[in-house]
Design a protein around this ligand. Structure first.
Ligand code: PA5
Length: 452
């Protein structure tokens, strides 16, 4: 039974009919993907990655961790975009929100190199001072400014604190297998390294060493992550016609064809906020090109119902909404599922007496259903994606689900889902404005524009 269920109950008949009409198209694009006969086929190595490489790699990573000759209680992940969002999606979803402050058998995780904030880097150094860190720097190109700057600073910190030799043992690099600046540094400095496959782009790379190394260092169940992903790839390999992956792709494509310009991914659990961030990057970079694509936006309910909820209910009617939730997202402590009920109180001043004795999750479910119906009534096509349990297995399934749906949906849109030419524009200007040799002419032009 597939891990991701779609609820279409609150979609109008017209959208459903349009999606039905697109099904044949989606089936053909999936077949082209499987046969490596699609636009951007050279970047489809993510397809069925667990089976063809992932499980073997996972074993290799576990062996590396078993043989590590350092103690660590902090995993510092340096990377940006596809080189960090998948890892963060899993850690935010599964690790304790206050990991550093509660007793845990798992190390603490921190992230750097995903922005250019001086304050955040200073805070990371202050955290490292209190801990025994290991750094996993992840960059396919090795020349991306944000992780490059962070790695310079943080490896200097390690060398100053631990000396060169131990610092080297506290660094693991994930980068291109053969070329690139970071690969060269690995060779010069003798850092332990893992390779990012040539045929997997950043935003499709969470199930490769990009996600597996840091998540395994954090003692998360990376094998289960791959097993969950594999279940989706296997289902799609066998028979795909009615698979929810294709249904999601056709529904969002139909909404786009009907003139919608935004897809809101809404979740009812703040711990899923980074799943939504990962999804935003996946669909935004894959489809947002040539003047096309649904703009992927994210909201966390019920928090955002008290801010953007008004707009969603009554603002411009240009979006479709997808609700993402897990039937059971309760945390387990020592193997025991935790739950909370609203306590009874003598005073009923808050008017919430009807909630006494009720489970918090039950109230959250009611809020999600009520919101979905309200938004549908307000003219927002609303569909829901639901998975059974919030754990590594189902997160793996969700990654494979969205990657496959994105590949099909991008192909239906008529774009190459695997390139990102638009990302270069800001990089060129940043290089010019920071004085990179060879960019003098552009720098002069930008300075002139900034002066007026
Ligand atoms: O999806 C992508 O390809 C991008 O988001 C990259 O992952 C991101 O730009 C980081 O690139 P790199 O890994 O080369 O540092």
């Amino acid at each position: 039974m597939t891990a991701v269920k779609i609820n279409e109950k609150f979609l109008d008949a017209e959208l459903i009919a349009s999606a039905n009409a697109l099904q044949g198209d989606a089936v053909e694009h999936l077949a082209a993907l499987k046969n490596k006969d699609c636009n951007g086929a050279e970047f489809t190595g993510w397809w069925d990655y667990p089976q063809h490489s992932g499980f073997a790699l996972e074993q290799e990573i576990q062996n590396y961790i078993r043989d590590l000759d350092i103690n660590y209680d902090l995993v510092l992940v340096i990377g940006i975009g596809g080189s960090y969002l998948g890892t963060r999606a899993v850690t935010e979803a599964l690790l304790h929100s206050y990991q550093g402050l509660v007793k845990s058998h798992q190390p603490l995780v921190a992230f750097a190199g995903h922005h250019i904030s001086e304050t955040q880097l200073i805070e990371v150094i202050e955290l490292m001072d209190k801990r025994l860190p290991i750094i996993n720097v992840i960059s396919k190109s090795g020349t991306t400014t944000e992780p490059g700057v962070a790695f310079r600073i943080l490896r200097t910190y390690l060398e100053t604190r631990f000396g060169k030799e131990e610092a080297t043992r506290r660094i693991v690099c994930t980068t291109d297998g053969k070329s690139g600046a970071l690969r060269q540094l690995v060779q010069e400095e003798g850092y332990k390294s893992f390779s990012i496959p040539d045929d997997v782009g950043g935003r499709f790379s969470v199930l490769t060493a990009v996600g597996l190394v840091p998540l395994a260092l954090l003692k998360l169940d990376t094998k289960a992550l791959l097993e969950g992903a594999s279940s989706i790839f296997q289902e799609l390999s066998r028979s795909s016609k009615d698979h929810p992956v294709l249904r999601y792709a056709t529904l969002r494509s139909a909404a786009y064809e009907q003139g919608k310009s935004v897809e809101i991914m809404a979740t009812n659990n703040p711990k899923l906020a980074y799943i939504v961030e990962w999804w935003k990057q996946l669909f935004g970079e894959s489809e947002g090109k040539e003047g096309k694509g649904l703009f992927p936006a994210g909201l966390v309910y019920t928090t955002d119902l008290h801010s953007l909820g008004q707009y969603v209910q009554e603002g411009k009617r240009n979006f479709v909404e997808t609700f993402l939730s897990f039937e059971n997202d309760r945390p387990r402590r020592n193997g025991v599922e935790q739950q909370l009920r609203v306590p009874a109180m003598a005073q009923k001043l808050d008017g919430l007496g009807h909630l006494e004795g009720r489970l918090i999750n039950e109230i959250n479910d009611a809020a999600m259903s009520g919101t979905m119906i309200a938004h549908a009534d307000g003219g927002v096509p609303s569909l829901a994606l639901k998975l059974p349990v919030l754990d590594e297995y189902h997160l793996g399934a969700l990654f494979a689900f969205f990657e496959s749906a994105c590949a099909v949906s991008g192909a239906m849109l008529g774009v190459n889902p695997y390139d990102q030419p638009g990302v270069e524009a800001y990089k060129k200007n940043l290089f010019a404005l920071t004085g990179k040799p060879g960019t003098e002419a552009l720098r002069a032009k930008l300075k002139e524009r900034m002066a007026h």
